[in-house]
Write a protein of this length. Sequence first.
Length: 286
Amino acid sequence: MSESTEPQPVEDIEALLATATRLFAAEGEGDLVAVEVLSAAEPRFEWYSHDNWDGGFDIYNLYLSVPLLAYAKVGDRLSQLESQILEKIQAVSRGLTSDHIQSVSIVVEATTGDGAWREKAQGWVRQETGQSEPATPAHVKPEVFTVPAKPIDPTQAAVMMPFRAEFSSTFDAISQVCESVGLRCVRADDIWENSTFMQDIFDLLYCSRIVVVDFSGRNPNVMYETGIAHTLGRTVIPIARRVEDVPSDLRHHRALVYLANTEGLESMKKGLALRLSSLTGRSPRE
């Protein structure tokens, strides 16, 4: 949390955000996007003016700086969410201060990521012009699997998820996003090249550049396949219907948490499109 020497309307800004977040969560299923914005935000108050009415009070604007993926989920609801969050913030702040918070602005956090954004950007350019080489396969010598005599396919994305009908809409959503950035989405049950199913899965993970894993339901097979993908050095994008489904050892990685309904899947698609776009250097096409 950044500190400021400027006057602040409330001393405990964490209590302000936490209570506003709980208000959203208490409203039925709650607005998960608002909850994510508030829980991920780096808040900053800016003094706006002073009003002498009724003994005098200061007026502030609240800026919520949120990470890129959280901001992407806001989409075209920016103004609506800012108004909804302001309503909650004002309701809570009345019990904490005599000053007035007049507006909330959700802004994207400016960051260079790991600091190698220039090199990555040049890599995207080379890939778009056909000048880049596929990633080098990991040098592994597994005892259980046979390393396939095939190169990595830079246009292939593997999906690891439970093979149940209730996940069909999720897979369709992932496929649509992959296609929009020029990737071919493949699931293990789409192939039969080896005598054992797990060898097909290993081949798929080995030859894919990107792996999307759905931890929903804490499926043990998905956990095992994620470990293989990490060992092979593949880029893993985790998604889940509940944050509790993400293994504790992996919760330091960002995951796309989604609801299994139309609105939830659309929100997940936006976040996934942003991540895949950053990896491929291609803007999603309609």
